[in-house]
Design a protein around this ligand. Structure first.
Ligand code: ZN
Length: 250
C-alpha cells in the first residue's frame, strides 16, 4: 500500500466580524505562498460584541470564502470564559497562549449543549455547515466534550492532538502556535516553534494554529511564512474536515 503523503493543516482562530479585515490579509498572504485552503475557527458572538447573525456582510464573505475551499469550524460561542474565580489561570500550559479565553473549559454539559446548538444554528442560518468544533484556547472540559459529541460534531482538536469523536481515535500532533502578548513571549515563541517544527518534520499531520494578532508582529509573521514555505515543499495542504474524512477511509 502506498504511504499517504504527509499533510499540513493551517487554521485561523478567532474569525469574527471583529477580526474579518485582518483575517482577509492573512488569507491573502497565505494564498501567495500556496496555502489556499485553511480551517477557519469562527466565533458566533465574539465577546458579546459581534453577533454574526446581525452582520450580513460578514456572513456573505464567510460563505464566499468557504466556497473557495476553506472550512468553517465552530469555535465557542462568546469565546470568553465567564469569571468564576479560582486558580485556573496558573493551571494550564495553554493559558500561556490565551489570557482567560477558555469558554468551554468548565461549562456543564447542559450549558455547553445550549451554546453549541445556538452557534451551529447561527452558522447554518448563514448557509454554513460546520462539522468540527474546537474550543477556545483548545480547553475542552470532559463535560463539554460529551456535549460536543452528543451534538453530533465529527471531530475536535486540542493543542496536542486531533480527535475523531465518532470513533474516539486520537492522532497525536502538537500544533505550532505563537504567543504575542509580550516581548518575552514572542521571543520564546520564535525559539519554541523553530524547535517544534524540526521535531515534527516526519509527522503525518502538521498543524499551524494562527491568530489574528500574529500579523501585528513582523518577526512572528515572518517565521510563520518561512516555516510554511518549508512545510509546503513536502506536504499537501488540506483542512481538518479532509483529515477526518481521509482517516476514516484508511
Ligand atoms: Zn480562539
Amino acid at each position: 500500500m502506498q504511504t499517504p503523503r504527509p499533510v499540513l493543516v493551517v487554521s485561523i482562530h478567532d474569525v469574527s466580524p471583529l477580526t474579518r479585515g485582518r483575517v482577509g490579509e492573512m488569507l491573502a498572504d497565505l494564498a501567495n505562498l500556496g496555502v489556499e485552503r485553511t480551517s477557519l475557527l469562527v466565533i458566533p458572538n465574539h465577546h458579546h460584541k459581534a453577533p454574526i447573525v446581525e452582520d450580513a456582510g460578514f456572513c456573505s464573505w464567510l460563505r464566499e470564502t468557504a466556497a473557495r475551499g476553506h472550512e468553517v469550524i465552530l469555535h465557542g460561542y462568546y469565546h470568553k470564559r465567564p469569571r468564576r474565580g479560582g486558580e485556573w489561570s496558573q493551571t494550564f500550559l495553554t493559558e500561556f497562549y490565551t489570557a482567560g479565553e477558555g469558554e468551554f473549559y468548565d461549562l456543564s454539559t447542559r450549558e455547553a449543549g445550549w451554546r453549541l446548538e445556538k452557534g451551529r444554528q447561527e452558522l447554518q442560518t448563514a448557509g454554513l455547515q460546520p462539522r468540527g468544533f474546537i474550543a477556545p484556547a483548545w480547553l475542552l472540559g470532559e463535560k463539554a466534550e460529551a456535549a460536543v459529541q452528543a451534538a453530533g460534531f465529527d471531530y475536535t482538536t486540542r493543542l496536542k492532538n486531533f480527535k475523531d469523536l465518532k470513533t474516539g481515535r486520537v492522532d497525536d500532533s502538537q500544533s505550532l502556535v505563537w504567543s504575542v502578548r509580550a516581548g518575552w513571549r514572542r521571543a520564546a515563541s520564535l525559539w519554541w516553534n523553530a524547535a517544534l517544527f524540526r521535531r515534527l518534520s516526519r509527522t503525518p499531520l502538521l498543524r499551524f494554529g494562527l491568530h489574528p494578532p500574529d500579523w501585528d508582529h513582523p518577526a512572528i509573521k515572518g517565521q510563520i511564512l518561512q516555516l510554511l514555505r518549508a512545510a509546503l515543499a513536502g506536504r499537501e495542504v488540506i483542512t481538518y474536515e479532509d483529515w477526518f474524512a481521509r482517516s476514516r477511509t484508511r
